[in-house]
Design a binder for this molecule. Structure first.
Ligand code: FES
Ligand SMILES: [Fe+2]
Length: 385
């Protein structure tokens, strides 16, 4: 699909965009908090173009199966957990976590081919992951999700977790990894350092910022700046070691940013935050801070979402020198959409790119100073009308 030609001029840049892929990325995808999904009830998850059922059996194991019963298509997520199996609401066929039908209470035998699709699971750091692979291979150990320091320890808070649906293909959220300039225009940050490193299945963004002094008295007003090291481990799960700098000192947090595709044109975005406790920030205060920072982060995501909701899909972004390596990032991301045998070195080789923030900063400080002099707030999408 290309955009409409307004005047037919040969030198007008055309937006190019293929339809979003209907294949879904190979990799670990976080479906949510285990405390929510592992409560012994069946849970429906619309993902990967279909529907899954998540349930914890009496043996404590969490299972993820295709939600549609292979008998007559009943929806297992409306069923009941019986023992270690999920019982279909339609005719009570019992499906085990291995995908096999274990019994049909009204029948002498179970048909030999009674087997349904399953997803390998990982229950780690309070989150439930499923492994999606169109080739149906087992998850390789080297792409497993790393443990997160602090989760479950006394010195950090619990997760403060947010979930929202975004009606656009999930490539948009990945593009954010290299987008330095939007931090100023969308998130009210003043970038002072920005670098990307891609290698293997990991894509990292190193980001340092000062707060914009022209933001007024919002929630972020006392924050002097941030230092962030954010890495995608595979196509959908980012761990961000995010330190907020305050007058009184630094506050360490871990921000999670993850998603799973519902279908080609929508995804579930989830993010969570844990905050380190300290003498200056004992338990109660740390929890309050996790909630306050979580709300602050939520505002940031909503600003991104406001853009994504309206923007066009674009395969050929037109870039300037101070933009990040969008094309290289998309090549890195492509590795998750092809068969393992088709992964090429340019998708996984180490690639580094640092943006010189001096020139942008100069321009942005002028804008900030003009706002301050005029006593006006900057217009940020989703924040100011
Ligand atoms: S459709 Fe599930 S048991 Fe009949
Ligand atoms: Fe963003």
């Amino acid at each position: 699909m290309t955009s409409l030609q307004s005047d037919g001029a040969a030198d007008v840049r055309q937006i190019e965009a293929q339809a979003a892929p209907t294949r879904f990325a190979r990799g670990w995808h976080c479906l949510g908090l285990t405390s929510d999904l592992g409560d012994g009830q069946p849970h429906a998850i619309n993902a990967f173009g279909g529907k899954l059922v998540v349930f914890r059996g009496e043996d404590g194991k969490i299972n993820v199966l295709d939600a549609y019963c292979r008998h007559m298509g009943g929806d297992l997520s409306d069923g009941e957990v019986k023992g270690n199996e999920i019982a279909c609401p339609f005719h009570d066929w019992r499906w085990g976590g291995d995908g096999r039908c274990k019994q049909i209470p009204y029948s002498r035998r179970v048909p030999k081919l009674a087997r349904t699709a399953t997803w390998p699971t990982l229950d780690q750091d309070g989150m439930l992951f499923v492994w999606n692979d169109p080739e149906k291979k087992a998850p390789p150990a080297e792409v497993t999700i790393p443990h997160i320091e602090g989760v479950g320890s006394d010195t950090w808070t619990d997760w403060h977790w947010y979930t929202t649906v975004v009606d656009i293909n999930c490539r948009e959220i990945i593009d954010n990894v290299v987008d330095m300039a939007h931090f100023f225009y969308i998130h009210g940050g003043l970038p002072t350092g920005f670098k990307n490193v891609f290698e293997g299945h990991v894509a990292t963004q190193y980001y340092k910022s000062d707060a914009r002094p022209d933001l007024g008295k919002g929630e972020g007003a006392q924050i002097l700046g941030t230092t962030s090291v954010a890495s995608y481990y595979g196509p959908s799960f980012m761990i961000d070691e995010l330190t907020y700098h305050y007058q009184h000192g630094d506050q360490r947090t871990v921000l999670l940013n993850c998603h799973y595709p519902i279908d080609a044109n929508s995804f579930v975005l989830q993010y969570g935050i844990i905050v380190e406790k300290s003498d200056a920030l004992p338990a109660e205060a740390a929890t309050q801070m996790a909630v306050a920072l979580g709300d602050f982060v939520k505002m940031g995501f909503e600003q991104d979402v406001a853009i994504w909701r309206r923007k066009a899909r674009i395969d050929n972004p037109l870039l300037c020198e101070e933009d990040g390596p969008v094309y290289q990032l998309r090549r890195w991301y492509e590795q998750f959409y092809v068969d393992i045998a088709d992964v090429t070195p340019d998708m996984v080789n180490r690639f580094e790119f640092e943006i010189d923030t001096a020139r942008p900063r100069e321009a942005w400080m002028k804008e900030v100073e003009a706002n301050l002099a005029a006593g006006r707030l900057p217009k940020l999408v989703g924040l100011t009308k």
